[in-house]
Design a protein around this ligand. Structure first.
Ligand code: ADP
Length: 427
């Protein structure tokens, strides 16, 4: 398994001729360097797509793909240009929370239509993907979706940045899942601002692990199919979410598992990484197996059992983290999540891969994700060949990294004369 690291440079500020009197906000979003779509070829190699892969055989190589040279500048001599910035410090952060100021100043980077009334909650400010990057990640599915319509499941939708980006693609419909209905309502409101037609996007309030593990197999909806064993049936019934109401928000359905479509072709995941303190693990130090924990659906607890909470307190507690020593912060990272009732970041890959027919999984990860742990997760999930990890640089700064699985990326390797291997590991 090779993890191919590929740098992508995006820019949210454009250059315009000085004479131009008024530039609308949207037109400021110009990338200097048009990004060519990758050929998203599916691997024909056979692999076992068991729900519980047991084979970890194989080694992981981490390779950096040499960046493409920038196109030559096309500015004619004598022309005067000025740079348009999307940052705006002129309006003070209205929320009173000084931690948000940095994000407030770049609000139009998060959503170019922010001024049209985009809604974010406290968590959303910190975790939403900047629109340029969300659009870029979505564009990776463009070629595949040209061949046939696709349904993309956005597993941790939040306030909708990525779901909206996928729904903008002409041949793609999106199923956006989150445990938090208030977030889904905000996402629906934001999708309406972007003019997404209601038939292209539906919102489901549910723990996504239930949907991936019990509702889809090989891309097909299976919740209404006979269950193979009594043990599986018991497990499924214990995790079954309570029914929730369906409502229409700005034209979009927001409901429970009864609004699930019959098919899912790709899974996009931007899961909770465990709070803002993930950087404590240092460069290349965030291990998918050890450090990421996603809560399983709560199995009905005895009436007097203490509440598991929604994790929000832990999220805000993590801002106090700087007062503790580094080793304490490492030890306490995600320690509030009960190991017995969660799935780690590597298992999540296998669960998502098994839910779709072509195992197309797009995975947003912390910048410091251990590249080898990603390769091992892909191997254990049954992938062979290559998985690609894109580093998204926005205006020259590394903002997010995204792994693409379900394609054979070896066509990239053969184009590269100077690929250096930066690390190898045998699981
Ligand atoms: P981060 O800040 O690291 O991005 P968050 O805690 O904001 O992570 O979680 C991302 C989103 O995922 C939130 O909107 C949260 O409600 C949602 N979420 C968390 N766990 C689940 C789950 N098991 N199923 C569905 N949605 C979830």
């Amino acid at each position: 398994m090779s993890v191919l690291i590929h740098r992508v440079s995006l820019y949210d500020s454009g250059w315009t001729k000085r004479e131009q009197p008024q530039v609308s906000h949207d037109s400021a979003y110009v990338t200097h360097q048009p990004v060519a779509a990758y050929s998203f070829q599916l691997s024909t190699k056979t692999s076992s797509w068991d729900r519980k892969p047991t084979s970890h055989a194989g080694s992981v190589a981490v390779c950096r793909v040499r960046p493409q040279p920038l196109p030559p500048a096309t500015v004619a001599a004598g022309e005067r240009w000025m740079q348009l910035s999307v940052m705006d410090r002129s309006v003070p952060n209205p929320f009173g929370n000084s931690d948000l100021t940095k994000y407030w100043n770049q609000r139009r980077r998060l959503f170019s239509r922010f001024d049209h009334g985009v809604q974010l909650d406290d968590e959303g400010w910190f975790s939403v993907t900047p629109e340029q990057i969300a659009d870029h990640v979505a564009s990776r599915l463009y070629q595949l979706s040209e061949a046939r319509p696709m349904v993309v499941l956005d597993a941790f939708c939040g306030c909708g940045g990525n779901a909206i980006a996928f729904a903008k693609l002409p041949n793609v419909t999106v199923l956006a899942v989150d445990v938090d209905r208030a977030k889904l309502r905000r996402a629906a409101h934001n999708a309406a601002i972007y003019g997404i037609p209601p038939h292209k996007l539906a919102f489901v309030e549910c723990n996504v692990l239930f949907i991936l593990e019990h509702c889809y197999r090989q891309g097909d909806f299976v919740l209404d199919q006979p269950i193979a064993t009594p043990e599986l049936a018991t497990k499924m019934m214990a995790a079954m979410p309570p029914p929730v109401a369906t409502e229409i928000v700005e034209g979009f359905s927001v409901g429970g598992i009864d609004v699930l479509p019959r098919r899912v072709d790709a899974v996009f995941m931007d899961p909770p990484w465990g709070g803002v303190d993930y950087s404590v693990f240092g460069k290349n130090g965030y291990d998918l197996h050890r450090n990421m924990k996603i809560r399983r659906p709560l199995v009905a607890a005895p009436p007097d059992a203490p509440s598991a909470g929604d994790g929000l307190d832990d999220f805000f507690d993590s801002f106090q983290a700087q007062t503790r020593s580094k080793s304490e912060r490492k030890a306490q990272f995600n320690s509030n999540v009960d190991d017995a009732n969660c799935v780690n970041g590597a298992e999540l890959v296998a669960i998502a891969a098994a839910a779709t027919a072509q195992h197309i999984v797009i995975y947003d990860l912390p910048k410091n994700v251990n590249r080898t742990s990603l390769g091992n997760a892909a191997l254990a999930a049954g992938y062979r060949g290559n998985c690609k990890l894109e580093e998204h640089f926005l205006n020259g700064r590394l903002k997010t990294v995204t792994a693409y699985m379900g394609s054979d990326w070896s066509n990239l390797v053969s184009d590269i004369a100077d690929t250096s291997t930066t690390g190898t590991a045998t699981p």
